[in-house]
Design a protein around this ligand. Structure first.
Ligand code: KIV
Ligand code: ZN
Length: 403
Protein backbone atom coordinates (compact mmCIF):
# COMPACT_ATOMS: atom_id res chain seq x y z
CA UNK A 1 0.00 0.00 0.00
CA UNK A 2 1.32 3.45 -0.93
CA UNK A 3 1.57 5.74 2.05
CA UNK A 4 -1.47 7.97 1.85
CA UNK A 5 -0.57 11.62 2.54
CA UNK A 6 -1.61 13.18 5.82
CA UNK A 7 -2.36 16.45 4.05
CA UNK A 8 -4.00 17.14 0.69
CA UNK A 9 -1.33 17.36 -2.03
CA UNK A 10 -1.53 20.58 -4.01
CA UNK A 11 -0.39 20.01 -7.60
CA UNK A 12 -0.05 23.31 -9.39
CA UNK A 13 -0.44 23.27 -13.17
CA UNK A 14 -0.37 27.03 -13.81
CA UNK A 15 2.77 26.61 -15.92
CA UNK A 16 1.28 23.77 -18.02
CA UNK A 17 -2.54 23.74 -18.23
CA UNK A 18 -2.74 27.36 -17.08
CA UNK A 19 -0.41 28.49 -19.80
CA UNK A 20 -2.56 26.62 -22.35
CA UNK A 21 -5.20 29.35 -22.30
CA UNK A 22 -5.17 31.78 -25.22
CA UNK A 23 -2.83 34.72 -24.71
CA UNK A 24 -1.18 33.47 -21.51
CA UNK A 25 2.10 32.34 -23.05
CA UNK A 26 5.11 32.81 -20.78
CA UNK A 27 8.81 32.89 -21.64
CA UNK A 28 11.38 30.76 -19.80
CA UNK A 29 12.40 33.47 -17.31
CA UNK A 30 8.79 34.31 -16.54
CA UNK A 31 8.07 30.63 -15.91
CA UNK A 32 11.05 30.41 -13.60
CA UNK A 33 9.92 33.49 -11.66
CA UNK A 34 6.48 31.96 -11.18
CA UNK A 35 7.94 28.56 -10.23
CA UNK A 36 10.06 30.21 -7.50
CA UNK A 37 6.98 31.93 -6.12
CA UNK A 38 4.98 28.66 -6.26
CA UNK A 39 7.72 27.07 -4.15
CA UNK A 40 7.40 29.92 -1.61
CA UNK A 41 3.65 29.42 -1.64
CA UNK A 42 4.30 25.82 -0.60
CA UNK A 43 2.80 23.81 -3.46
CA UNK A 44 3.80 20.14 -3.32
CA UNK A 45 4.10 19.57 -7.06
CA UNK A 46 4.81 22.03 -9.88
CA UNK A 47 3.80 20.84 -13.34
CA UNK A 48 6.40 22.96 -15.08
CA UNK A 49 5.36 22.28 -18.66
CA UNK A 50 5.09 19.79 -21.48
CA UNK A 51 8.74 19.07 -22.31
CA UNK A 52 8.07 17.57 -25.76
CA UNK A 53 5.76 20.41 -26.86
CA UNK A 54 8.47 22.92 -27.82
CA UNK A 55 12.17 23.61 -27.25
CA UNK A 56 11.16 26.53 -25.04
CA UNK A 57 8.98 24.33 -22.83
CA UNK A 58 11.76 21.73 -22.62
CA UNK A 59 14.21 24.42 -21.44
CA UNK A 60 11.69 25.84 -18.98
CA UNK A 61 11.07 22.42 -17.39
CA UNK A 62 14.83 21.81 -17.23
CA UNK A 63 15.62 25.20 -15.70
CA UNK A 64 12.86 24.87 -13.12
CA UNK A 65 14.06 21.33 -12.33
CA UNK A 66 17.59 22.70 -11.81
CA UNK A 67 16.78 25.79 -9.78
CA UNK A 68 13.51 25.03 -7.97
CA UNK A 69 13.64 21.23 -7.81
CA UNK A 70 15.99 21.12 -4.80
CA UNK A 71 16.07 18.67 -1.91
CA UNK A 72 13.50 20.56 0.16
CA UNK A 73 11.73 22.07 -2.86
CA UNK A 74 8.60 20.75 -4.57
CA UNK A 75 8.34 17.78 -6.92
CA UNK A 76 8.85 19.00 -10.50
CA UNK A 77 6.66 17.38 -13.11
CA UNK A 78 6.43 17.33 -16.89
CA UNK A 79 3.44 16.25 -18.92
CA UNK A 80 3.97 13.57 -21.59
CA UNK A 81 1.55 11.83 -23.94
CA UNK A 82 1.67 8.04 -23.69
CA UNK A 83 4.28 8.08 -26.41
CA UNK A 84 7.93 7.08 -26.03
CA UNK A 85 9.38 10.31 -27.46
CA UNK A 86 7.29 12.43 -25.07
CA UNK A 87 8.31 10.36 -22.07
CA UNK A 88 11.98 10.52 -23.05
CA UNK A 89 11.83 14.32 -23.41
CA UNK A 90 10.13 14.63 -20.01
CA UNK A 91 12.71 12.36 -18.35
CA UNK A 92 15.59 14.31 -19.89
CA UNK A 93 14.23 17.72 -18.90
CA UNK A 94 13.52 16.51 -15.36
CA UNK A 95 16.94 14.99 -14.80
CA UNK A 96 18.31 17.89 -12.65
CA UNK A 97 15.35 17.74 -10.23
CA UNK A 98 15.92 16.00 -6.91
CA UNK A 99 12.27 14.91 -7.05
CA UNK A 100 10.98 14.52 -10.62
CA UNK A 101 7.65 13.18 -11.83
CA UNK A 102 6.52 12.10 -15.30
CA UNK A 103 2.81 12.66 -15.87
CA UNK A 104 1.65 10.56 -18.78
CA UNK A 105 -1.86 10.43 -20.20
CA UNK A 106 -4.09 8.81 -22.78
CA UNK A 107 -7.82 9.27 -23.43
CA UNK A 108 -10.29 6.65 -22.26
CA UNK A 109 -13.73 7.99 -23.31
CA UNK A 110 -15.34 6.38 -26.36
CA UNK A 111 -15.70 9.75 -28.08
CA UNK A 112 -11.97 10.44 -27.74
CA UNK A 113 -11.08 6.88 -28.79
CA UNK A 114 -13.20 7.13 -31.94
CA UNK A 115 -12.42 10.67 -33.12
CA UNK A 116 -9.13 11.65 -31.53
CA UNK A 117 -7.07 8.52 -31.01
CA UNK A 118 -8.76 6.18 -33.54
CA UNK A 119 -7.89 3.26 -31.29
CA UNK A 120 -9.82 0.43 -29.67
CA UNK A 121 -10.17 -0.02 -25.91
CA UNK A 122 -7.86 -3.04 -26.09
CA UNK A 123 -5.18 -0.91 -27.74
CA UNK A 124 -5.55 1.88 -25.18
CA UNK A 125 -5.24 -0.59 -22.30
CA UNK A 126 -2.02 -1.96 -23.71
CA UNK A 127 -0.54 1.50 -24.43
CA UNK A 128 -1.38 2.79 -20.94
CA UNK A 129 0.30 -0.19 -19.32
CA UNK A 130 3.34 -0.12 -21.59
CA UNK A 131 3.93 3.63 -21.34
CA UNK A 132 3.55 3.79 -17.56
CA UNK A 133 6.15 1.02 -17.35
CA UNK A 134 8.35 2.95 -19.78
CA UNK A 135 8.07 6.15 -17.68
CA UNK A 136 8.86 4.06 -14.61
CA UNK A 137 12.14 2.97 -16.20
CA UNK A 138 13.27 6.64 -15.88
CA UNK A 139 11.68 7.81 -12.64
CA UNK A 140 9.98 6.14 -9.69
CA UNK A 141 7.36 8.90 -9.41
CA UNK A 142 4.89 8.36 -12.27
CA UNK A 143 1.44 9.87 -12.61
CA UNK A 144 -1.10 8.45 -15.03
CA UNK A 145 -4.21 10.27 -16.33
CA UNK A 146 -7.02 8.62 -18.28
CA UNK A 147 -8.07 11.73 -20.19
CA UNK A 148 -11.81 12.53 -20.26
CA UNK A 149 -12.18 10.02 -17.40
CA UNK A 150 -15.52 11.34 -16.22
CA UNK A 151 -17.13 10.64 -19.61
CA UNK A 152 -15.55 7.18 -19.85
CA UNK A 153 -17.28 3.87 -19.28
CA UNK A 154 -16.61 3.23 -15.55
CA UNK A 155 -15.80 -0.48 -16.08
CA UNK A 156 -13.20 0.39 -18.70
CA UNK A 157 -11.84 3.17 -16.48
CA UNK A 158 -11.39 0.70 -13.60
CA UNK A 159 -9.52 -1.71 -15.91
CA UNK A 160 -7.16 1.01 -17.22
CA UNK A 161 -6.41 2.26 -13.72
CA UNK A 162 -5.73 -1.23 -12.41
CA UNK A 163 -3.28 -1.89 -15.24
CA UNK A 164 -1.58 1.51 -14.88
CA UNK A 165 -1.07 0.98 -11.14
CA UNK A 166 0.22 -2.56 -11.72
CA UNK A 167 2.70 -1.07 -14.21
CA UNK A 168 3.99 1.36 -11.59
CA UNK A 169 1.80 4.50 -11.50
CA UNK A 170 2.11 6.03 -8.03
CA UNK A 171 -0.59 8.65 -8.65
CA UNK A 172 -3.72 8.13 -10.73
CA UNK A 173 -5.31 11.37 -11.80
CA UNK A 174 -8.99 11.52 -12.76
CA UNK A 175 -9.58 14.41 -15.17
CA UNK A 176 -12.86 16.13 -15.86
CA UNK A 177 -11.31 17.30 -19.11
CA UNK A 178 -14.36 19.14 -20.44
CA UNK A 179 -15.74 20.48 -17.14
CA UNK A 180 -18.90 18.39 -17.49
CA UNK A 181 -19.41 16.66 -14.17
CA UNK A 182 -21.24 17.81 -11.04
CA UNK A 183 -20.12 17.52 -7.39
CA UNK A 184 -22.17 14.45 -6.45
CA UNK A 185 -21.27 12.70 -9.71
CA UNK A 186 -17.54 13.32 -9.30
CA UNK A 187 -17.71 12.16 -5.69
CA UNK A 188 -19.44 8.95 -6.84
CA UNK A 189 -16.79 8.38 -9.55
CA UNK A 190 -14.02 8.51 -6.94
CA UNK A 191 -15.98 6.20 -4.66
CA UNK A 192 -16.52 3.81 -7.58
CA UNK A 193 -12.77 3.79 -8.24
CA UNK A 194 -11.99 3.07 -4.59
CA UNK A 195 -14.52 0.24 -4.52
CA UNK A 196 -13.70 -1.36 -7.86
CA UNK A 197 -9.99 -0.98 -8.60
CA UNK A 198 -8.42 -3.82 -6.58
CA UNK A 199 -4.94 -2.27 -6.27
CA UNK A 200 -6.09 1.35 -5.75
CA UNK A 201 -4.44 1.46 -2.30
CA UNK A 202 -1.06 1.38 -4.04
CA UNK A 203 -1.64 4.81 -5.57
CA UNK A 204 -2.74 8.28 -4.59
CA UNK A 205 -6.00 9.42 -6.19
CA UNK A 206 -5.78 12.83 -7.80
CA UNK A 207 -8.41 14.98 -9.52
CA UNK A 208 -8.09 17.47 -12.35
CA UNK A 209 -10.96 19.58 -13.61
CA UNK A 210 -12.05 22.44 -15.80
CA UNK A 211 -14.53 25.15 -15.10
CA UNK A 212 -16.86 25.06 -18.13
CA UNK A 213 -19.91 24.98 -15.85
CA UNK A 214 -18.24 26.95 -13.04
CA UNK A 215 -18.19 23.81 -10.86
CA UNK A 216 -14.53 22.78 -10.76
CA UNK A 217 -13.84 23.78 -7.14
CA UNK A 218 -17.14 22.38 -5.83
CA UNK A 219 -16.49 19.15 -7.73
CA UNK A 220 -13.04 18.78 -6.18
CA UNK A 221 -14.29 19.35 -2.64
CA UNK A 222 -16.73 16.49 -3.06
CA UNK A 223 -13.94 14.20 -4.29
CA UNK A 224 -11.89 15.00 -1.18
CA UNK A 225 -14.79 13.64 0.87
CA UNK A 226 -14.56 10.43 -1.17
CA UNK A 227 -10.82 9.83 -1.01
CA UNK A 228 -9.07 12.15 -3.53
CA UNK A 229 -5.79 13.25 -1.95
CA UNK A 230 -4.20 15.35 -4.71
CA UNK A 231 -5.85 18.37 -6.30
CA UNK A 232 -4.62 19.75 -9.63
CA UNK A 233 -5.24 23.45 -9.88
CA UNK A 234 -3.95 26.79 -11.16
CA UNK A 235 -3.41 30.26 -9.74
CA UNK A 236 -6.40 32.51 -10.48
CA UNK A 237 -8.05 29.46 -12.09
CA UNK A 238 -6.44 30.17 -15.47
CA UNK A 239 -6.44 27.37 -18.05
CA UNK A 240 -8.05 25.92 -21.16
CA UNK A 241 -11.44 27.53 -22.07
CA UNK A 242 -13.14 28.58 -18.80
CA UNK A 243 -10.03 27.61 -16.87
CA UNK A 244 -9.02 25.06 -14.24
CA UNK A 245 -9.99 24.68 -10.60
CA UNK A 246 -8.55 27.68 -8.78
CA UNK A 247 -5.81 26.98 -6.23
CA UNK A 248 -6.67 29.88 -3.96
CA UNK A 249 -10.35 28.92 -3.78
CA UNK A 250 -9.60 25.27 -3.00
CA UNK A 251 -6.98 26.05 -0.40
CA UNK A 252 -9.07 28.65 1.38
CA UNK A 253 -12.19 26.45 1.29
CA UNK A 254 -10.18 23.66 2.91
CA UNK A 255 -8.73 26.12 5.42
CA UNK A 256 -11.83 28.07 6.38
CA UNK A 257 -14.00 24.92 6.52
CA UNK A 258 -11.36 22.59 7.98
CA UNK A 259 -13.65 21.44 10.76
CA UNK A 260 -16.07 20.21 8.11
CA UNK A 261 -13.35 18.40 6.12
CA UNK A 262 -11.28 17.03 9.04
CA UNK A 263 -13.34 13.84 9.53
CA UNK A 264 -12.96 12.91 5.84
CA UNK A 265 -9.21 12.81 6.42
CA UNK A 266 -9.67 10.71 9.53
CA UNK A 267 -8.97 13.60 11.92
CA UNK A 268 -10.93 14.82 14.93
CA UNK A 269 -13.37 17.54 13.85
CA UNK A 270 -11.68 20.22 15.96
CA UNK A 271 -8.13 19.47 14.76
CA UNK A 272 -6.23 22.67 13.88
CA UNK A 273 -3.62 20.79 11.82
CA UNK A 274 -3.59 22.45 8.35
CA UNK A 275 -5.14 20.43 5.53
CA UNK A 276 -2.54 21.54 2.96
CA UNK A 277 1.09 22.68 3.03
CA UNK A 278 0.23 26.05 1.48
CA UNK A 279 1.43 29.24 3.18
CA UNK A 280 -1.82 31.13 2.63
CA UNK A 281 -0.09 34.50 3.27
CA UNK A 282 1.63 34.08 -0.10
CA UNK A 283 -1.65 33.73 -2.02
CA UNK A 284 -2.31 37.35 -2.94
CA UNK A 285 1.26 37.98 -4.03
CA UNK A 286 1.25 34.85 -6.22
CA UNK A 287 -2.05 35.84 -7.78
CA UNK A 288 -0.74 39.31 -8.69
CA UNK A 289 2.48 37.87 -10.13
CA UNK A 290 0.65 35.37 -12.35
CA UNK A 291 -1.81 38.01 -13.50
CA UNK A 292 0.96 40.49 -14.35
CA UNK A 293 3.12 37.98 -16.22
CA UNK A 294 0.34 36.21 -18.14
CA UNK A 295 -1.67 39.39 -18.78
CA UNK A 296 -4.78 37.51 -17.59
CA UNK A 297 -6.76 40.01 -15.54
CA UNK A 298 -8.52 38.91 -12.36
CA UNK A 299 -12.21 39.83 -12.30
CA UNK A 300 -13.01 42.21 -9.40
CA UNK A 301 -15.53 39.83 -7.84
CA UNK A 302 -13.23 36.76 -8.08
CA UNK A 303 -13.35 34.78 -4.83
CA UNK A 304 -10.31 35.25 -2.53
CA UNK A 305 -8.10 37.39 -4.81
CA UNK A 306 -10.51 39.75 -6.64
CA UNK A 307 -10.25 43.47 -5.84
CA UNK A 308 -13.66 43.35 -4.14
CA UNK A 309 -13.13 40.10 -2.21
CA UNK A 310 -12.42 41.97 1.04
CA UNK A 311 -14.08 45.31 0.21
CA UNK A 312 -17.23 46.62 1.86
CA UNK A 313 -19.32 49.44 0.45
CA UNK A 314 -22.76 49.15 1.96
CA UNK A 315 -23.43 51.05 5.18
CA UNK A 316 -24.88 48.06 7.03
CA UNK A 317 -21.89 45.88 6.17
CA UNK A 318 -19.35 48.63 6.94
CA UNK A 319 -20.94 49.30 10.29
CA UNK A 320 -20.87 45.57 11.06
CA UNK A 321 -17.22 44.94 10.15
CA UNK A 322 -16.05 48.08 11.93
CA UNK A 323 -17.60 46.66 15.12
CA UNK A 324 -16.63 43.02 14.51
CA UNK A 325 -15.18 41.71 11.23
CA UNK A 326 -16.87 38.34 11.65
CA UNK A 327 -20.25 39.96 10.95
CA UNK A 328 -19.56 40.00 7.21
CA UNK A 329 -16.20 38.28 6.72
CA UNK A 330 -15.51 34.54 6.87
CA UNK A 331 -11.74 34.97 6.71
CA UNK A 332 -9.24 37.64 7.59
CA UNK A 333 -7.69 39.54 4.66
CA UNK A 334 -4.30 39.08 6.34
CA UNK A 335 -4.61 35.32 5.89
CA UNK A 336 -4.04 35.67 2.15
CA UNK A 337 -1.31 38.29 2.56
CA UNK A 338 -3.29 41.55 2.39
CA UNK A 339 -2.75 44.16 5.09
CA UNK A 340 -6.45 44.53 5.90
CA UNK A 341 -9.93 44.56 4.46
CA UNK A 342 -11.03 47.64 2.55
CA UNK A 343 -13.81 50.00 3.44
CA UNK A 344 -14.90 51.62 0.18
CA UNK A 345 -16.84 54.84 0.54
CA UNK A 346 -19.71 55.18 -1.90
CA UNK A 347 -23.40 56.04 -1.94
CA UNK A 348 -24.30 52.96 0.13
CA UNK A 349 -21.90 53.81 2.92
CA UNK A 350 -23.05 54.82 6.39
CA UNK A 351 -22.09 57.44 8.93
CA UNK A 352 -19.87 55.09 10.98
CA UNK A 353 -17.58 54.26 8.03
CA UNK A 354 -17.54 57.95 7.02
CA UNK A 355 -16.55 59.07 10.52
CA UNK A 356 -13.89 56.29 10.80
CA UNK A 357 -12.24 57.26 7.51
CA UNK A 358 -12.23 60.97 8.42
CA UNK A 359 -10.56 60.09 11.73
CA UNK A 360 -7.93 58.07 9.87
CA UNK A 361 -7.32 61.14 7.69
CA UNK A 362 -6.85 63.28 10.79
CA UNK A 363 -10.18 65.15 10.85
CA UNK A 364 -11.88 65.44 14.23
CA UNK A 365 -15.30 66.99 13.52
CA UNK A 366 -17.95 68.02 15.99
CA UNK A 367 -21.27 66.18 15.73
CA UNK A 368 -22.86 69.16 13.87
CA UNK A 369 -19.92 69.41 11.43
CA UNK A 370 -20.05 65.68 10.84
CA UNK A 371 -23.78 65.77 10.10
CA UNK A 372 -23.37 68.56 7.56
CA UNK A 373 -20.36 66.92 5.94
CA UNK A 374 -22.25 63.61 5.74
CA UNK A 375 -25.13 65.24 3.84
CA UNK A 376 -22.64 66.71 1.37
CA UNK A 377 -20.84 63.35 1.10
CA UNK A 378 -24.10 61.62 0.07
CA UNK A 379 -24.73 64.28 -2.59
CA UNK A 380 -21.26 63.73 -4.07
CA UNK A 381 -21.53 59.93 -3.74
CA UNK A 382 -24.70 59.95 -5.85
CA UNK A 383 -22.65 61.33 -8.72
CA UNK A 384 -19.47 59.24 -8.34
CA UNK A 385 -18.85 55.48 -8.14
CA UNK A 386 -16.28 55.78 -5.37
CA UNK A 387 -15.29 58.62 -3.06
CA UNK A 388 -11.57 59.16 -2.78
CA UNK A 389 -9.65 60.68 0.13
CA UNK A 390 -9.25 63.85 -1.98
CA UNK A 391 -13.05 64.10 -2.27
CA UNK A 392 -13.38 63.67 1.48
CA UNK A 393 -10.87 66.39 2.21
CA UNK A 394 -12.65 68.76 -0.17
CA UNK A 395 -16.02 68.01 1.46
CA UNK A 396 -14.71 68.57 4.98
CA UNK A 397 -12.77 71.73 4.10
CA UNK A 398 -15.91 73.17 2.47
CA UNK A 399 -18.01 72.41 5.54
CA UNK A 400 -15.46 73.79 8.00
CA UNK A 401 -14.95 76.96 5.96
CA UNK A 402 -18.69 77.57 5.76
CA UNK A 403 -19.22 77.02 9.51
O1 KIV B 1 -7.78 18.32 -18.84
C1 KIV B 1 -7.09 17.27 -18.96
O2 KIV B 1 -7.60 16.14 -19.15
C2 KIV B 1 -5.64 17.41 -18.88
C3 KIV B 1 -4.85 16.15 -18.82
C4 KIV B 1 -3.60 16.23 -19.59
C5 KIV B 1 -4.63 15.79 -17.37
O3 KIV B 1 -5.14 18.52 -18.79
ZN1 ZN C 1 -6.66 20.00 -18.14
Amino acid sequence: MTNQPERIIIFDTTLRDGEQCPGATLNIDEKLTIAKQLARLGVDVIEAGFAFASPGDFEAVKKIAQIVGTEDGPVICSLARAIKADIEAAAKALKPAVKGRIHTFISTSDIHLEYQLRKSRTEVLAIAEEMVAYAKSFLTDVEFSPMDAVRSDPQFLYQVLERAIAAGATTVNIPDTVGYTTPSEFGAIIKGIKDNVPNIDQAIISVHGHNDLGLAVANFLETVKNGARQLECTINGIGERAGNASLEELVMALHVRRQYFNPFLGRPTDSEEPLTNIDTRQIYKTSRLVSNLTGMLVQPNKAIVGANAFAHESGIHQDGVLKNKLTYEIMDAQLIGLTDNQIVLGKHSGRNAFRTRLKELGFELSETELNKAFVKFKEVADKKKEISDWDLEAIVNDEIQQA
